[in-house]
Design a protein around this ligand. Structure first.
Ligand code: COI
Length: 354
């Protein structure tokens, strides 16, 4: 079924683009002129539509507001050197969206609806794709349970919406992270690998406590022993230890980051040894004490590559060595950016040209 062949489009009579200062883009501040909406009812997807960006009207007993059936994706469109617009790995994001939806008992979105929905929205709002260095159009596909009921139940109705907005860097400064040994983001068998709203809401309190103490984020550890590093909640974590690129192996409590996957692929191309395995807090501490901890950074769609400056382990701050253009994280960030901009060859067919 080609749902999007019947797509209806209502153009906004005016644009808000002139309100945006593209040279100082804050992450998440602006949205484009349009949004894509598709409803799921009676067991099937209804004809989708693109309409002027607007508020939603929700009944107070809309199930998503009470029982948390909400899932989202985060992906980006880039302005290429030849002025074309490309989506970065949209098929991988679609796959992950459906993995999250399945975990939350929500209907999967057909590939055509997801890809064509994003394609059409980005095409209509293409003037919003920034060309400034380090900027992109952030795309937020999401789904909410829209049935109106008090009872605790799996919703029979859903809204799949795509919105977008121009963004600059998510983290402006190198990060100070605190290893979390008390609170838990996700346990094995839980929803940690799904991009559902509750994972983020549950992380706010420990993150706020870390912020009060001067840290930007927490580094989550496993729920059983608090011994092994998991991820950051807003991004995956990677280390360069003794010249090897090391990252926690994926599990049901860690999000399968698209940027993480891309960086690991490029690291192997750059002749680095890559190890996906358990990373203990003790290994991190020993790495600092024995001077083998060379780099630590976060990787995520929003964060891209976010250098870590300090890691707090059990109350003690450890500083990473200063980095420069030759550091692995800076080289791989540049490589990724060059592929996205069409400057370097796209050997893995990650770019989807709109
Ligand atoms: C993303 O990287 O796209 C995320 O969804 C995480 C959040 C920081 C926006």
């Amino acid at each position: 079924m080609q749902l999007t062949s019947d797509l209806t489009i209502t153009k906004s009579p005016h644009t808000r683009i002139h309100e945006v200062d593209f040279s100082h883009l804050e992450f998440g501040r602006h949205t484009t002129d349009h949004m894509f909406v598709a409803d799921y009812k009676n067991g099937e997807w209804q004809t989708p539509t693109i309409v002027p960006y607007s508020n939603l009207s929700l009944n107070p007993v809309t199930l998503a507001l009470h029982y948390g059936q909400t899932v989202f994706e985060g992906m980006k469109a880039f302005r290429m050197a030849d002025k074309n617009v490309s989506l970065f790995r949209p098929f991988k994001h679609h796959e992950r969206f459906n993995t999250s939806l399945t975990r939350m008992c929500m209907p999967n979105v057909p590939e055509d609806l997801f890809i064509q929905g994003i394609h059409k929205l980005v095409e209509i709002d293409s003037a919003w794709v920034p060309s400034e260095e380090g900027s992109s159009l952030y795309i937020r596909p999401f789904m909410i349970a829209s049935e109106e009921r008090f009872g605790v139940k799996v919703s029979d109705e859903y809204k799949f919406i795509i919105v977008a907005g121009p963004v600059g860097p998510y983290y402006a400064m190198p990060l100070r992270l605190r290893i979390e040994r008390e609170y838990v983001r996700a346990a094995r068998g839980g929803t940690g690998y799904a991009k559902c709203g509750g994972n983020y809401g549950g992380a706010f309190l420990p993150t706020q406590l870390a912020k009060q103490d001067g840290y930007d984020q927490v580094m989550w550890t496993d729920a059983v022993e608090h011994k092994y590093i998991e991820e950051c909640g807003t991004m995956n974590l990677l280390f360069r230890i003794n010249d090897v690129i090391v990252t926690p192996t994926l599990s049901s409590s860690i999000l399968d980051g698209v940027t993480r996957d891309s960086i690991l692929t490029l690291a192997a191309d750059m002749d680095f040894t890559v190890e996906k395995r358990q990373v203990s807090v003790e290994e991190i501490r020993d790495g600092f004490k024995g001077n083998t901890m060379q780099e630590a950074f976060g990787a995520g769609t929003a964060a891209v590559v976010a250098p870590v400056q300090t890691i707090n382990i059990d109350g003690e701050d450890f500083d990473l060595p200063a980095w420069n253009e030759k550091s692995f994280m800076m080289q791989v960030k540049m490589k990724l950016s060059n592929i996205r901009r069409g400057v370097d060859a796209d050997n893995y067919e990650w770019n989807y040209i709109v």
